[in-house]
Design a protein around this ligand. Structure first.
Ligand SMILES: NC(=O)c1ccc[n+]([C@@H]2O[C@H](COP(=O)([O-])OP(=O)(O)OC[C@H]3O[C@@H](n4cnc5c(N)ncnc54)[C@H](O)[C@@H]3O)[C@@H](O)[C@H]2O)c1
Ligand SMILES: O=C(O)CC[C@@H](O)C(=O)O
Length: 390
């Protein structure tokens, strides 16, 4: 039985993917083989000895200690693109509420309706001019990060009649192919800052992207720019943003990552991390995360990992070795000579590396003893050895 711990509420559509005759799932499960998580902070999580995989039902993995996982042979998965449409739609809403004072106007109408003796219909015609705001049509949108979300945002903004600039120095071929050819892709982010009326950021949060939008970046932007952050709070330096809002340089800041400080600042619109909160995307993410976790635990196949190479192999023997090791010379030679010394015949094998780590699947035509597994574990730079039986 595989034990799966859930650290957040995971859509039942995802949990239903796990074969209940082989998987025990719960919040209180101990010495878990796998974890299903959304945004729960795991930086200080103490890994139990059985833990082999963490599946993040979502895109961002900055809540997971990736390096510590790799060192311990724990595969981390995410679900690329599974919630991108939900975020795209909220970005459109964010642009609209940053332009037209829809929220302020709606609150004001409620106040009128709750004030005795006010003729609401007459009051709105008299008072509505306080909530005027510009249209998106023919304005310029700058999109930082052209991955799953950024590309969708670019394309729909073109449909809204906007001029769209995009910046992504690491643009993958797949992502480039998803991008409408009318998007102006720039090599220098300052070019995007110079022309944009709206700027939206869609990059992962890490040491290189922390404070991406800071005082220096804001100084290159147009006055009265509207900035949207539905990616991660730490991508924008709050103190610099507050200064820019107070000086009027930034007209509005929409953030999906509020805290006590930023939320109370004038012209900040704070949302409760709603980007992926649709039933469709919660299901998509949970289904993808659960399938990937199951395929790894049961078959050793890795799909959509953020720390190990993607490796899938059809079963061709009666037992399978799944080996996570350092990406250093002579690992394969040592693995093969250990097997051949034990007179074990290899049916099929795949080996791939990713930066400092590598993963090898070996199918063999005989049952494997604990002694063989222990010999493989004794190879220097071997991190994890698993034996699966077909
Ligand atoms: N608000 C929410 O609920 C919500 C939902 C989904 C994702 N997110 C956040 O949005 C981020 C993006 O999600 P995605 O699905 O588009 O991910 P993605 O991996 O598909 O795209 C990220 C893109 O950012 C680019 N990038 C990386 N570093 C960059 C840099 N320094 N400058 C410019 N571009 C850079 C990458 O090349 C990639 O194309 C996630 O990492 C997550 O933090 C938030
Ligand atoms: O799980 C969520 O609700 C948010 C997920 C989102 O932040 C992501 O990075 O995919």
């Amino acid at each position: 039985m595989y034990r799966i711990k859930t650290l957040n509420k995971i859509s039942s559509a995802g949990l239903d993917q796990l074969d209940k005759s082989r998987f025990q799932i719960g919040t209180e499960v101990e010495n878990e083989d796998g974890i299903l998580v959304r945004s729960a902070p795991m930086q200080d999580y103490s890994f139990p000895p059985a833990l082999r995989a963490i599946a993040r039902a979502g895109a961002g993995t900055n809540n997971i200690p990736i390096d510590r996982c790799s060192e311990n042979g724990i595969v981390v998965f995410n679900t690329p693109g599974a919630n991108a449409n939900a975020v795209k739609e909220l970005v459109i809403a964010a642009m609209l509420i940053a332009s037209r004072d829809i929220l302020g106007g709606a609150d004001w109408v409620q106040e009128q309706a709750h004030t005795p003796k006010v003729d609401v219909a007459a009051a709105v015609e008299k008072g509505k001019s306080a909530f005027v705001g510009p249209e998106l049509y023919r304005k310029t949108l700058g999109v930082i990060g052209l991955g799953a979300i950024g590309a969708l945002v670019c394309n729909i903004a073109l449909d809204l009649g906007m001029d769209v600039y995009g910046y992504d120095p690491f643009l993958s071929v797949d992502a480039a192919l998803r991008l409408d050819r009318h998007v102006h892709v720039v090599k220098d982010v300052n070019e995007l800052y110079r022309v944009s009326d709206y700027i939206t950021i869609h990059v992962p949060y890490n040491n290189n992207t922390k404070d991406f939008i800071n005082a220096e970046a804001i100084s290159k932007m147009k006055g009265q720019v509207r900035v949207l952050n539905l990616a991660r709070g730490g991508l924008v330096n709050d103190e610099d943003m507050i200064a820019a809002l107070e000086s009027g340089r930034v007209a509005k800041y929409v953030t999906d990552f509020p805290d006590e400080r930023i939320t109370t600042v004038k012209n900040v619109i704070a949302l409760p991390h709603l980007g992926a909160s649709t039933p469709e995307s919660e299901e998509n993410c949970a289904v993808m995360a659960a399938r990937q976790l199951q395929d790894y635990l049961v078959n050793g196949n890795i799909t959509n990992s953020v720390n190990l190479p993607n490796v899938s192999q059809e079963w061709s023997g009666i037992a399978r070795l799944c080996l996570i090791h350092k990406n250093v010379p002579a690992m394969l030679t040592q693995i093969m000579s250990t097997l051949s010394d034990d007179r074990i015949n290899v049916e099929n094998m795949t080996n791939k590396s990713r930066k400092d780590y590598a993963y090898t699947i070996v199918d063999v035509n005989t049952r494997l003893t604990d002694e063989v597994a222990d010999e493989l574990r004794a190879i220097p730079n071997m991190i994890r050895v698993r034996v699966l039986n077909h």
